[in-house]
Design a protein around this ligand. Structure first.
Ligand SMILES: Cc1ncc(COP(=O)(O)O)c(C=O)c1O
Ligand SMILES: N[C@@H](CCOP(=O)(O)O)C(=O)O
Length: 470
């Protein structure tokens, strides 16, 4: 399997190189040259398989011959053995034909663990084979950072630097990033929002000297391996509810568009997905884009679903590439517009292709709190604020009540106890393995939200030694 960049000018790479490269050299994102397709019989044959077995069938075609099948199988088995639920991603029924897909049974209580635990093993494997090391730099609005630190802590071949917006993540999220004591992890609190952190990460990738000197790698969903691991649960859950013999819908709490893009990939592979619903909080750039065709960045507003407080939604670029007929020229024009004026307008054909697959709905803070309460009272289910944004959106756009609707539950309510308590009067407790989180010692650096300051800090602290590093 080979990968091409959405901007059309970066080298074509195999899976192992894409894994270590992160952002393409032309600033674009890698996507497979062609989509692997699963027949109806292939999908039906997933019924009754364990999560790791399904993962192997879905992920292997994307890996191609870059990693030996036995090694891939072992890494998948080890990654999903870290989950506290035997199903890894169980479905819970919350209404007549409504379900939540719980993706938070990993070590850091958010869906990011599903991909990150595998990504860390894949990276280690490839680095080991090459006798190489990497410096990983990631941006987080709260969950990617904790999952990355958990997955990479103590690993010998990587140093990990996580940039998070100071004061804009929950206490639990911050502590999950700042209480790891291993020398290879570095939590950096930046005086800005998530978009500032993400722009700095992209700036570092676009600095070819820095990139080479520190052997830069990424763990945000710009990294294709993050997306591919997330495709798996669309298959496990849809098959559990009758696919491929009947279609299902998915509603996905969305920020950087990685999780829902994985759903689009599942559809391209042949999974019968009726609708993909983009659920946003008041940071609603994607809902506005679907409505008007204009992608326009506004200021980021802090909410009780902070992991979705995002305006510049990275993976939307992958969707634009696909829905424009893989027109790298158009993607370049849109991304230039975004850089220069903070906005661009889609042509009618691309917009209507997007609308054929996706709906979108925005949920404000009052609706989010009311949804947490309503679902608790009605179904006895305690949802976190991100999941509640999803459940509210599913309700708003539901077209056919006969099609099962699966809302992705992306975080455990105990990650956001203040918001959940304010909405539902119940303070969810952390699980036993995190019960002492608030007593652990924190360690992090505060830095200005400036690329040069972050680059200088990383150069000093990384253990990757390459030509040109002081
Ligand atoms: C809890 C939670 N829900 C939803 C999202 C949105 O996911 P994505 O950025 O893949 O759209 C995130 C962060 O990405 C998150 O941490
Ligand atoms: N919501 C994310 C933001 C980063 O998204 P990613 O999926 O691109 O890593 C977070 O919690 O950090």
């Amino acid at each position: 399997m080979r990968y091409v960049s959405t901007r059309g000018q970066a080298p074509v790479l195999d899976f192992a190189d894409v894994l270590l490269t992160g952002l393409a050299a032309d600033g674009g994102l890698y996507v497979p040259e062609t989509w692997p397709v699963m027949s109806k019989a292939d999908i039906a044959a997933l019924a009754g398989l364990s999560y790791p077995q399904v993962a192997e069938r879905i992920i292997a075609p994307f890996v191609g011959d870059a990693i030996a099948p036995a090694a891939l199988r072992a890494m998948i088995a080890d990654a999903y053995a870290q989950f506290r639920h035997p199903a890894v991603a169980p479905l819970v029924q919350t209404g007549p034909n409504d379900w939540v897909l719980e993706l938070f049974h990993g070590p850091t209580l958010a869906f990011k663990d599903v991909a990150m635990l595998l990504l860390a093993r894949l990276m280690d494997h490839v680095l080991e084979e090459r006798g190489a090391r990497a410096t990983i730099v990631g941006a987080t609005s709260g969950d990617t950072g904790g999952a990355a630190i958990e997955a990479f802590r103590g690993r010998a071949r990587t140093d990990v630097f996580i940039l998070f917006p100071d004061g804009r993540v929950s206490d639990v999220q911050r502590r999950q990033m700042t209480t790891a004591s291993e020398d290879n992890v570095h939590a950096l609190a930046l005086s800005g929002n998530f978009d500032d952190c993400q722009a700095i990460v992209k700036g570092l990738f676009n600095d070819s000297d820095f990139r080479r000197q520190v052997a830069l790698s990424g763990v945000n969903s710009i990294n294709w391996a993050r997306i591919v691991a997330q495709v798996v649960y669309y298959f496990t859950s849809a098959v559990a509810l009758g696919a491929p013999h009947r279609p299902v819908g998915f509603t996905v709490p969305t920020g950087n568009f990685g999780d829902i893009f994985a759903g689009y990939v599942a559809a391209r592979m042949g999974l019968p997905i009726d609708r993909l619903v983009i659920a946003t909080n008041v940071n609603d750039i994607l809902a506005r884009t679907l409505e008007t065709g204009r992608y326009e960045v506004r200021s980021v507003l802090p909410t009780t679903s902070p992991s979705m407080d995002i305006q510049v939604s990275s993976n939307f670029e992958r969707l634009l590439f696909e829905t424009s007929g893989r027109d790298a020229g158009a993607v370049n024009r849109w991304m230039d517009g975004l850089k220069q004026s903070g906005s661009f307008t889609l042509d009618d054909a691309t917009l209507s292709t997007i609308r054929r697959h996706f709906d979108a709905a925005r949920t404000d803070e009052a609706e989010c709190a009311a949804t947490i309460k309503r679902v608790l009272d009605g179904a006895g289910y305690l949802a976190d604020p991100h999941t509640a944004v999803g459940i509210a959106a599913a309700r708003k756009v539901r077209i056919d009540a006969g099609v099962p609707m699966i809302t992705l539950s992306t975080a455990h309510p105990a990650k956001f106890p203040d918001a959940v308590e304010a909405a539902a009067g119940i303070r969810p407790a952390l699980p036993a393995w995190l019960a002492d989180l608030h007593e652990r010692r924190e360690r992090f650096e505060r830095l200005p939200a400036e690329t040069a300051a972050v680059a200088a800090h990383i150069r000093k602290a990384t253990r990757v030694v390459a030509e040109g590093v002081e």
